[in-house]
Write a protein that binds this ligand. Sequence first.
Ligand code: CP3
Length: 346
Amino acid sequence: MSKIFVDACLGKETPYTPVWMMRQAGRYLPEYMEVRAKAGNFLNLCHNPEMACEVTLQPVDILDVDAAILFSDILVIPDEMGMDLSFVKGEGPKFSDPITSEADLDRLIGGQEAANKLTYVYDTIKLIKTKLADDKALIGFTGSPWTLATYMIEGQGTKTYNICKKMMYSNPELLHKILRKVTDVVKLYMEKQIESGIDVAQIFDSWAAAIEPSKYDEFSWQYMVEIAEHLKAKYPHVPIIMFPKGVAAFIERGLVYGNFDVFGVDWGTPMAMAKEKLGEKYVLQGNMEPCRLYSKEATTECVEALQEIMGGKRHIFNLGHGILPDVPVENAKHFIDECHRVSGKR
Ligand code: CP3
Protein backbone atom coordinates (compact mmCIF):
# COMPACT_ATOMS: atom_id res chain seq x y z
CA MET A 1 0.00 0.00 0.00
CA SER A 2 1.36 3.43 -0.82
CA LYS A 3 2.02 5.80 2.03
CA ILE A 4 0.81 9.33 1.39
CA PHE A 5 3.55 10.77 3.60
CA VAL A 6 6.33 9.01 1.66
CA ASP A 7 4.77 10.02 -1.67
CA ALA A 8 4.57 13.65 -0.54
CA CYS A 9 8.23 13.58 0.57
CA LEU A 10 9.21 12.35 -2.89
CA GLY A 11 7.28 15.21 -4.52
CA LYS A 12 4.48 13.05 -5.91
CA GLU A 13 0.93 14.37 -6.05
CA THR A 14 -1.17 13.18 -3.11
CA PRO A 15 -4.95 13.27 -2.44
CA TYR A 16 -4.39 15.67 0.50
CA THR A 17 -1.43 17.21 2.32
CA PRO A 18 -0.04 14.95 5.05
CA VAL A 19 0.75 16.27 8.52
CA TRP A 20 2.74 15.27 11.63
CA MET A 21 4.17 17.27 14.52
CA MET A 22 7.72 17.47 15.76
CA ARG A 23 7.86 16.05 19.32
CA GLN A 24 4.37 14.60 18.80
CA ALA A 25 5.09 11.73 21.24
CA GLY A 26 5.55 13.41 24.57
CA ARG A 27 4.44 15.07 27.75
CA TYR A 28 1.30 16.87 26.48
CA LEU A 29 -0.30 13.40 26.14
CA PRO A 30 -1.58 11.90 29.43
CA GLU A 31 -1.14 8.47 27.83
CA TYR A 32 2.59 9.22 27.41
CA MET A 33 2.91 10.31 31.05
CA GLU A 34 1.39 7.01 32.13
CA VAL A 35 3.90 4.90 30.20
CA ARG A 36 6.78 7.12 31.31
CA ALA A 37 5.76 6.67 34.95
CA LYS A 38 5.81 2.90 34.43
CA ALA A 39 9.28 3.13 32.83
CA GLY A 40 10.61 5.05 35.85
CA ASN A 41 12.55 7.58 33.78
CA PHE A 42 12.98 8.88 30.26
CA LEU A 43 16.09 6.85 29.37
CA ASN A 44 14.51 3.58 30.54
CA LEU A 45 11.67 4.39 28.16
CA CYS A 46 14.12 4.86 25.26
CA HIS A 47 15.82 1.55 26.14
CA ASN A 48 12.61 -0.50 26.27
CA PRO A 49 11.31 -1.39 22.77
CA GLU A 50 7.78 -2.38 23.94
CA MET A 51 7.21 0.89 25.79
CA ALA A 52 9.00 3.03 23.15
CA CYS A 53 6.77 1.39 20.52
CA GLU A 54 3.66 2.11 22.54
CA VAL A 55 4.39 5.84 22.88
CA THR A 56 5.44 6.09 19.21
CA LEU A 57 1.98 4.87 18.18
CA GLN A 58 -0.03 7.04 20.62
CA PRO A 59 -0.17 10.21 18.46
CA VAL A 60 -1.12 8.12 15.42
CA ASP A 61 -4.09 6.64 17.29
CA ILE A 62 -5.09 9.77 19.20
CA LEU A 63 -4.50 12.50 16.57
CA ASP A 64 -4.57 10.65 13.22
CA VAL A 65 -1.25 12.09 12.05
CA ASP A 66 0.03 10.66 8.76
CA ALA A 67 3.42 9.60 10.12
CA ALA A 68 4.80 8.21 13.36
CA ILE A 69 8.21 9.33 14.58
CA LEU A 70 10.36 6.79 16.33
CA PHE A 71 10.42 7.40 20.06
CA SER A 72 14.03 7.87 21.13
CA ASP A 73 16.35 10.84 21.59
CA ILE A 74 19.18 12.34 19.58
CA LEU A 75 21.46 12.04 22.64
CA VAL A 76 21.50 8.22 22.75
CA ILE A 77 24.28 8.50 20.12
CA PRO A 78 26.90 10.24 22.31
CA ASP A 79 25.67 8.13 25.23
CA GLU A 80 26.62 4.94 23.38
CA MET A 81 29.89 6.51 22.24
CA GLY A 82 30.72 6.39 25.94
CA MET A 83 29.59 9.78 27.26
CA ASP A 84 27.32 8.79 30.17
CA LEU A 85 24.04 10.61 29.57
CA SER A 86 21.59 11.42 32.33
CA PHE A 87 18.43 13.51 32.48
CA VAL A 88 18.28 15.64 35.60
CA LYS A 89 14.73 16.50 36.62
CA GLY A 90 13.83 20.04 35.59
CA GLU A 91 17.28 20.63 34.07
CA GLY A 92 17.33 18.50 30.92
CA PRO A 93 20.16 16.35 29.56
CA LYS A 94 23.62 16.16 31.13
CA PHE A 95 26.94 14.54 30.20
CA SER A 96 29.23 14.18 33.23
CA ASP A 97 32.47 14.39 31.23
CA PRO A 98 32.28 16.87 28.33
CA ILE A 99 34.93 16.81 25.59
CA THR A 100 37.68 19.37 26.19
CA SER A 101 40.63 17.85 24.30
CA GLU A 102 41.67 15.45 21.58
CA ALA A 103 42.46 12.85 24.26
CA ASP A 104 38.83 13.06 25.49
CA LEU A 105 37.61 12.51 21.92
CA ASP A 106 39.99 9.58 21.35
CA ARG A 107 38.53 7.81 24.37
CA LEU A 108 35.08 7.72 22.74
CA ILE A 109 33.90 4.68 20.80
CA GLY A 110 33.41 5.42 17.08
CA GLY A 111 32.29 3.89 13.80
CA GLN A 112 30.51 0.58 13.57
CA GLU A 113 31.24 -0.35 17.18
CA ALA A 114 29.23 2.66 18.41
CA ALA A 115 26.42 2.11 15.87
CA ASN A 116 26.18 -1.55 16.93
CA LYS A 117 25.48 -0.55 20.54
CA LEU A 118 22.16 1.12 19.67
CA THR A 119 20.34 -2.23 19.32
CA TYR A 120 17.35 -1.07 21.38
CA VAL A 121 16.63 1.58 18.74
CA TYR A 122 16.70 -0.98 15.92
CA ASP A 123 14.53 -3.39 17.95
CA THR A 124 12.01 -0.59 18.59
CA ILE A 125 11.81 0.18 14.86
CA LYS A 126 11.22 -3.49 13.98
CA LEU A 127 8.48 -3.75 16.58
CA ILE A 128 6.75 -0.52 15.45
CA LYS A 129 6.72 -1.80 11.87
CA THR A 130 4.75 -4.88 12.93
CA LYS A 131 2.06 -2.66 14.49
CA LEU A 132 1.86 0.52 12.41
CA ALA A 133 -0.98 0.69 9.84
CA ASP A 134 0.21 0.11 6.26
CA ASP A 135 -0.79 3.59 5.07
CA LYS A 136 1.21 5.38 7.81
CA ALA A 137 4.93 6.06 7.55
CA LEU A 138 7.60 5.68 10.23
CA ILE A 139 10.14 8.49 10.51
CA GLY A 140 13.56 7.67 11.96
CA PHE A 141 15.90 10.45 12.99
CA THR A 142 19.26 11.66 14.18
CA GLY A 143 20.66 14.89 15.51
CA SER A 144 23.03 16.70 13.18
CA PRO A 145 26.72 16.38 14.07
CA TRP A 146 26.78 20.05 15.16
CA THR A 147 23.70 19.80 17.40
CA LEU A 148 25.09 16.62 19.00
CA ALA A 149 28.51 18.23 19.40
CA THR A 150 27.02 21.19 21.30
CA TYR A 151 25.89 18.79 24.05
CA MET A 152 29.13 16.76 23.92
CA ILE A 153 31.24 19.90 24.37
CA GLU A 154 29.05 21.92 26.74
CA GLY A 155 27.93 18.85 28.74
CA GLN A 156 24.35 20.16 28.73
CA GLY A 157 21.99 22.59 27.02
CA THR A 158 23.27 26.16 26.78
CA LYS A 159 22.01 29.67 26.02
CA THR A 160 25.33 31.12 24.83
CA TYR A 161 27.22 28.15 23.33
CA ASN A 162 30.34 29.90 24.59
CA ILE A 163 32.36 26.72 25.14
CA CYS A 164 31.62 25.39 21.62
CA LYS A 165 32.23 28.76 20.05
CA LYS A 166 35.49 29.23 21.89
CA MET A 167 36.54 25.96 20.24
CA MET A 168 35.08 27.06 16.87
CA TYR A 169 37.22 30.18 16.74
CA SER A 170 40.31 29.15 18.69
CA ASN A 171 40.66 25.43 17.93
CA PRO A 172 38.53 24.69 14.82
CA GLU A 173 40.64 21.59 14.06
CA LEU A 174 39.42 19.89 17.25
CA LEU A 175 35.80 20.85 16.54
CA HIS A 176 36.12 19.37 13.03
CA LYS A 177 37.60 16.17 14.48
CA ILE A 178 34.61 15.85 16.81
CA LEU A 179 32.18 16.53 13.93
CA ARG A 180 33.98 13.96 11.76
CA LYS A 181 33.78 11.22 14.39
CA VAL A 182 30.09 11.91 15.04
CA THR A 183 29.30 12.08 11.30
CA ASP A 184 30.85 8.65 10.75
CA VAL A 185 28.76 7.12 13.56
CA VAL A 186 25.57 8.85 12.37
CA LYS A 187 25.95 7.48 8.82
CA LEU A 188 26.14 3.91 10.13
CA TYR A 189 23.39 4.52 12.70
CA MET A 190 21.01 5.81 10.01
CA GLU A 191 21.88 2.91 7.70
CA LYS A 192 20.87 0.54 10.49
CA GLN A 193 17.64 2.47 11.13
CA ILE A 194 16.82 2.11 7.42
CA GLU A 195 17.70 -1.60 7.41
CA SER A 196 15.42 -2.01 10.46
CA GLY A 197 12.47 -0.50 8.59
CA ILE A 198 12.13 3.30 8.83
CA ASP A 199 10.38 4.81 5.79
CA VAL A 200 11.81 8.34 6.04
CA ALA A 201 14.81 9.86 7.87
CA GLN A 202 14.96 13.33 9.45
CA ILE A 203 18.13 15.12 10.51
CA PHE A 204 17.47 17.64 13.32
CA ASP A 205 19.83 20.60 13.47
CA SER A 206 18.04 22.22 16.38
CA TRP A 207 20.90 24.54 17.29
CA ALA A 208 21.80 25.68 13.77
CA ALA A 209 21.03 29.29 14.70
CA ALA A 210 23.94 29.35 17.15
CA ILE A 211 26.34 29.52 14.17
CA GLU A 212 26.81 32.77 12.23
CA PRO A 213 25.53 32.36 8.63
CA SER A 214 28.97 32.61 7.00
CA LYS A 215 30.23 29.69 9.14
CA TYR A 216 27.09 27.55 9.01
CA ASP A 217 28.14 25.48 6.00
CA GLU A 218 31.61 24.78 7.38
CA PHE A 219 30.51 23.65 10.84
CA SER A 220 27.14 22.07 10.23
CA TRP A 221 25.47 21.98 6.83
CA GLN A 222 28.31 20.23 4.94
CA TYR A 223 28.25 17.35 7.45
CA MET A 224 24.46 17.03 7.20
CA VAL A 225 24.70 16.99 3.39
CA GLU A 226 27.43 14.34 3.57
CA ILE A 227 25.13 12.11 5.68
CA ALA A 228 22.14 12.72 3.39
CA GLU A 229 24.13 12.02 0.22
CA HIS A 230 25.65 8.87 1.70
CA LEU A 231 22.16 7.56 2.50
CA LYS A 232 20.61 8.66 -0.81
CA ALA A 233 23.37 6.85 -2.74
CA LYS A 234 22.66 3.62 -0.88
CA TYR A 235 18.90 3.92 -0.35
CA PRO A 236 17.46 6.23 -3.04
CA HIS A 237 13.87 5.25 -2.18
CA VAL A 238 14.13 6.54 1.42
CA PRO A 239 13.31 10.25 1.63
CA ILE A 240 15.57 12.48 3.73
CA ILE A 241 14.25 15.53 5.60
CA MET A 242 16.70 18.22 6.70
CA PHE A 243 15.58 20.45 9.58
CA PRO A 244 18.02 23.24 10.39
CA LYS A 245 16.28 25.52 12.88
CA GLY A 246 16.69 29.28 12.58
CA VAL A 247 18.57 29.66 9.30
CA ALA A 248 16.46 32.21 7.40
CA ALA A 249 19.56 34.21 6.43
CA PHE A 250 21.28 31.09 5.06
CA ILE A 251 18.19 30.28 2.95
CA GLU A 252 17.71 33.85 1.78
CA ARG A 253 21.30 34.05 0.52
CA GLY A 254 20.71 30.96 -1.63
CA LEU A 255 23.29 28.87 0.27
CA VAL A 256 21.22 25.69 0.69
CA TYR A 257 22.54 22.80 -1.43
CA GLY A 258 22.66 19.00 -1.37
CA ASN A 259 20.88 15.86 -2.45
CA PHE A 260 17.93 15.34 -0.11
CA ASP A 261 14.15 15.46 -0.50
CA VAL A 262 12.47 17.66 2.07
CA PHE A 263 13.52 20.92 3.72
CA GLY A 264 11.96 21.49 7.14
CA VAL A 265 11.14 25.18 7.49
CA ASP A 266 11.33 26.56 11.04
CA TRP A 267 8.69 28.98 12.34
CA GLY A 268 10.95 32.04 12.15
CA THR A 269 11.35 31.69 8.38
CA PRO A 270 8.54 33.07 6.18
CA MET A 271 7.11 30.16 4.18
CA ALA A 272 6.69 32.34 1.05
CA MET A 273 10.43 33.15 1.09
CA ALA A 274 11.34 29.48 1.63
CA LYS A 275 9.05 28.55 -1.28
CA GLU A 276 10.65 31.12 -3.56
CA LYS A 277 14.20 30.05 -2.72
CA LEU A 278 13.80 26.29 -2.24
CA GLY A 279 10.35 25.20 -3.42
CA GLU A 280 11.38 23.99 -6.84
CA LYS A 281 14.22 21.81 -5.62
CA TYR A 282 12.82 20.54 -2.32
CA VAL A 283 9.45 19.62 -0.84
CA LEU A 284 8.83 21.98 2.10
CA GLN A 285 7.72 20.87 5.57
CA GLY A 286 6.26 23.18 8.19
CA ASN A 287 6.01 25.69 9.59
CA MET A 288 3.38 26.80 12.12
CA GLU A 289 4.68 28.63 15.21
CA PRO A 290 4.17 25.90 17.88
CA CYS A 291 2.66 28.39 20.36
CA ARG A 292 -0.26 29.01 18.01
CA LEU A 293 -1.46 25.63 19.32
CA TYR A 294 -2.58 27.44 22.48
CA SER A 295 -5.42 29.00 20.43
CA LYS A 296 -7.66 27.15 17.99
CA GLU A 297 -8.39 30.39 16.11
CA ALA A 298 -4.69 31.23 15.75
CA THR A 299 -4.11 27.65 14.55
CA THR A 300 -6.81 27.77 11.89
CA GLU A 301 -5.59 31.16 10.68
CA CYS A 302 -2.06 29.82 10.16
CA VAL A 303 -3.12 26.54 8.53
CA GLU A 304 -5.26 28.47 6.03
CA ALA A 305 -2.43 30.90 5.31
CA LEU A 306 0.02 28.02 4.72
CA GLN A 307 -2.46 26.32 2.40
CA GLU A 308 -2.84 29.59 0.50
CA ILE A 309 0.94 29.94 0.06
CA MET A 310 1.71 26.31 -0.79
CA GLY A 311 -1.50 25.49 -2.68
CA GLY A 312 -1.36 21.88 -1.53
CA LYS A 313 1.70 21.19 -3.68
CA ARG A 314 5.14 19.98 -2.60
CA HIS A 315 4.18 20.60 1.02
CA ILE A 316 3.92 18.67 4.28
CA PHE A 317 2.16 20.36 7.21
CA ASN A 318 4.09 20.48 10.49
CA LEU A 319 5.00 22.85 13.27
CA GLY A 320 8.07 25.03 12.87
CA HIS A 321 9.58 23.31 15.96
CA GLY A 322 8.39 20.90 18.68
CA ILE A 323 5.03 20.94 20.46
CA LEU A 324 5.27 22.17 24.08
CA PRO A 325 4.18 20.02 27.05
CA ASP A 326 1.30 22.25 28.22
CA VAL A 327 -0.64 22.30 24.92
CA PRO A 328 -4.16 20.84 25.31
CA VAL A 329 -4.53 17.58 23.36
CA GLU A 330 -7.75 18.83 21.75
CA ASN A 331 -5.88 21.80 20.28
CA ALA A 332 -3.26 19.48 18.80
CA LYS A 333 -6.09 17.41 17.31
CA HIS A 334 -7.65 20.60 15.95
CA PHE A 335 -4.39 21.39 14.14
CA ILE A 336 -4.25 17.96 12.49
CA ASP A 337 -7.94 18.10 11.52
CA GLU A 338 -7.58 21.60 10.06
CA CYS A 339 -4.59 20.56 7.92
CA HIS A 340 -6.64 17.67 6.59
CA ARG A 341 -9.73 19.83 6.06
CA VAL A 342 -8.07 22.65 4.11
CA SER A 343 -6.19 20.20 1.90
CA GLY A 344 -9.29 18.20 1.05
CA LYS A 345 -9.10 14.96 3.05
CA ARG A 346 -12.44 13.22 3.25
O1 CP3 B 1 7.71 12.73 19.05
C1 CP3 B 1 8.93 12.84 19.06
O2 CP3 B 1 9.50 13.70 18.38
C2 CP3 B 1 9.62 11.83 19.91
C3 CP3 B 1 11.00 11.60 19.90
C4 CP3 B 1 12.00 12.70 20.23
C5 CP3 B 1 12.41 13.08 21.54
N1 CP3 B 1 13.48 13.91 21.41
C6 CP3 B 1 11.83 12.63 22.81
C7 CP3 B 1 12.09 13.40 24.04
C8 CP3 B 1 12.78 13.39 19.32
C9 CP3 B 1 12.70 13.40 17.80
C10 CP3 B 1 13.72 14.14 20.09
C11 CP3 B 1 14.79 14.93 19.47
C12 CP3 B 1 15.61 15.83 20.29
N2 CP3 B 1 16.11 15.61 21.54
C13 CP3 B 1 16.10 17.06 19.84
C14 CP3 B 1 15.86 17.62 18.46
C15 CP3 B 1 14.48 18.09 18.26
C16 CP3 B 1 14.14 19.43 18.86
O3 CP3 B 1 13.13 19.49 19.55
O4 CP3 B 1 14.85 20.39 18.57
C17 CP3 B 1 16.87 17.62 20.87
C18 CP3 B 1 17.57 18.95 20.84
C19 CP3 B 1 16.87 16.68 21.95
C20 CP3 B 1 17.60 16.78 23.24
C21 CP3 B 1 16.68 16.75 24.40
N3 CP3 B 1 15.96 15.65 24.80
C22 CP3 B 1 16.39 17.80 25.30
C23 CP3 B 1 16.97 19.19 25.20
C24 CP3 B 1 15.48 17.29 26.23
C25 CP3 B 1 14.95 17.99 27.46
C26 CP3 B 1 14.02 19.07 27.12
C27 CP3 B 1 12.62 18.55 27.00
O5 CP3 B 1 11.99 18.77 25.95
O6 CP3 B 1 12.18 17.97 27.97
C28 CP3 B 1 15.18 15.97 25.88
C29 CP3 B 1 14.23 15.07 26.55
C30 CP3 B 1 13.14 14.47 25.72
N4 CP3 B 1 13.29 13.91 24.48
C31 CP3 B 1 11.78 14.33 26.10
C32 CP3 B 1 11.12 13.66 25.07
C33 CP3 B 1 9.68 13.22 25.03
C34 CP3 B 1 11.20 14.78 27.42
C35 CP3 B 1 11.57 13.75 28.41
C36 CP3 B 1 10.50 13.54 29.43
O7 CP3 B 1 10.55 14.25 30.41
O8 CP3 B 1 9.65 12.66 29.23
